[in-house]
Design a protein around this ligand. Structure first.
Ligand code: F6R
Length: 245
């Protein structure tokens, strides 16, 4: 695990954008794993700026997002499909058909299981993920692999923990339906990525960051399994790194 500590969230976003460009400009058929949430918003802004400056083309990129809510469809402003289109895909030259977000809404149990398996297969057919971008939850989750998730888990449905529902409440109106279920890549799926870049910013992430980097590997802090991944970089701002020894 390589740890990079930078002064501010902007530095973290620039650093992450450099790593994404290394892959996109350096590989013939680059495959990116992408995350949503507040943390990568600045990264996606930087990527759009670099695309506009003609420093990168996403024409040959395939992407796979970590997760998607169940119970809202891709037109809902809080869906992760909507998020990705609005923050990144609508502003770059990626082929929309090459962008993948788990298909989870409106399916019955059998279809959900098939959809999860298909997602795994699609990643394999694409050749596997070259660079997976991750954030971390305040409870240590990666993707929506909440505490106690199996390290052997594959793409599947997860019930969000109370802590995650509360943390994500800020995105929903007070009287709006907020999903409590999601489809997420599993931990084993994530660990198959050839390289991983986990971004964390802000003091509220400091405890999860400490457990992830310095704690024992434990399914109570799912991010801690990244200690065993051969090519993981954790990039932090000073606030997120503030509890490290
Ligand atoms: C998002 C995801 C989550 C977030 C995490 C941090 O696709 O899988 O694990 O990365 O919840 O979210 P933010 O960045 O909003 O603090």
């Amino acid at each position: 695990m390589r740890i990079v500590i930078l002064p501010t969230p902007s530095h973290v976003a620039e650093y992450a954008a450099d790593r994404v460009l290394d892959v996109v400009n350096g590989y013939k058929n680059p495959v990116l794993g992408l995350a949503t949430g507040s943390t990568p918003v600045e990264l996606y802004k930087v990527l759009v700026t670099r695309y506009q400056a003609e420093l990168v083309s996403f024409e040959h990129v395939k992407s796979f997002n970590l997760d998607e809510y169940i119970g809202i469809d891709g037109r809902h402003q809080q869906s992760y499909r909507y998020f990705m289109n609005a923050h990144l895909f609508d502003h770059i030259d990626i082929n929309m058909a090459n962008t993948h977000v788990p298909l989870a809404d409106g399916l019955d149990a059998k279809e959900l299981a098939l959809s999860a398996q298909l997602y795994e297969n699609n990643i394999k057919v694409a050749g596997g993920i070259d660079l997976q971008i991750l954030g971390v939850g305040i409870n240590g989750h990666i993707g929506f692999n909440e505490p106690t998730s199996s390290f052997a888990s594959r793409t599947r449905i997860k019930t969000l923990s109370q802590s995650t529902v509360e943390a994500n409440q800020r995105f929903f109106e007070a009287d709006e339906f907020q999903p409590k279920l999601a489809m997420t890549m599993g931990i084993a799926t994530i660990l198959e990525s050839r390289s991983i870049l986990l971004m964390a910013t802000g003091e509220q992430k400091a405890k999860a960051v400490k457990h992830m980097i310095e704690g024992p590997i434990s399914s109570m802090w799912p991010g801690s399994i990244l200690q065993q991944h051969a090519a993981t970089t954790v990039v932090l701002d000073e606030a997120a790194a503030s509890e490290l020894a």
